[in-house]
Ligand binder design. Structure first.
Ligand code: DGL
Length: 274
């Protein structure tokens, strides 16, 4: 029975394409696994909606993936994790991994200066983030920075100039020269990490939770004896990640967009933590 389970895919969802940055990192850590990625694009963005609404949407996305026989679920969305992770864990008897703004590594980097946390308005309003804020507030000056509209820009394929203008306006009341790091508390923002880094300057460390999530997933699959065993065939051919994309939106538009972002994320991945 467990050998059948081990061969099952891992489910990943986000409100849209943002979670693809997480998927690209996970594929580096788990090159033999298969994945089903669900972009809930018909309902994006989540981050400007109410808590109950996003909770219902997240549970529904999780159910869609569960019905496909996944062995584990990654909620590749900080916003959905904030409001729904406990509900999803209560309903499903498979390992469920969530995401939160990576404040811990930013604080532990120990650089002096402010830590700016860019995230959706809903993530920053929720109790989960406020608990995190309280935990690290005495160790560093933390500036929560809600970014309404940024997810929509990324989803619509905004070009660098548009993103730079958005960032200039977003940071108009923040002295970026006093920042030591920027935490990307929304998986979409990882897709524009280079643009954010170019705006902030080389001295500012850009931190995201993707590697932590990938490590955590691998650890939990190993603990539950759910890592896929490499077949001889796979071993001969090398790593064989397989991804199926699903969407609640218009698949003729969204699936090619997912594939495009996947290529971009895989290309950029090597350089993401430079
Ligand atoms: N990618 C999601 C996150 O990590 C949010 C996107 C949204 O607002 O839909 O928070």
């Amino acid at each position: 029975m467990n050998s059948v389970k081990k061969m099952s895919p891992i489910g990943i969802f986000d409100s849209g394409v943002g979670g693809i940055s997480v998927l690209a990192e996970i594929m580096k850590w788990l090159p033999d696994e298969e994945f089903i990625y669900l972009a809930d694009s018909a309902n994006a963005p989540y981050g400007i909606k109410g808590c109950e609404c996003v909770r219902d949407l997240s549970i529904s996305a999780a159910r869609t993936l569960r019905s496909r026989g996944i062995k584990s679920l990654v909620v590749a969305c900080n916003t959905a994790t904030s409001v729904a992770i406990q509900h999803i864990r209560n309903e499903f008897n498979i390992p469920v991994i969530g995401m939160e703004p990576a404040l811990k590594p930013a604080v532990e980097a120990g650089n002096s200066g402010n830590i700016v946390v860019m995230a959706t308005p809903l993530t920053l309003r929720e109790e989960k983030f406020n608990r995190l804020f309280e935990r690290y507030n005495s160790k560093a000056e933390i500036i929560p920075l809600p970014c309404p509209g940024l997810v929509e820009m990324i989803e619509s394929g905004a070009v660098q100039g548009q993103i730079q203008n958005y960032l200039i306006n977003l940071y108009k009341d923040i002295d970026i020269s006093k920042a030591s790091s920027i935490v990307l508390g929304c998986t979409h923002y990882c897709l524009i990490k280079r643009e954010i880094s170019a705006f902030a300057g080389k001295k500012v460390l850009i931190v995201d939770g993707n590697e932590g999530t990938a490590r955590q997933l691998k650890r939990i699959l190993a603990e539950n004896n759910l890592l896929k065993e490499q077949t001889t065939f796979h071993r001969e051919l090398g790593s064989q990640n397989k991804v199926e994309f699903l969407t609640t939106g218009d698949s003729s538009v969204i699936i090619p967009m997912c594939e495009k972002f996947m290529e971009k994320a895989l290309d950029a991945n090597g350089g993401f933590n430079d």
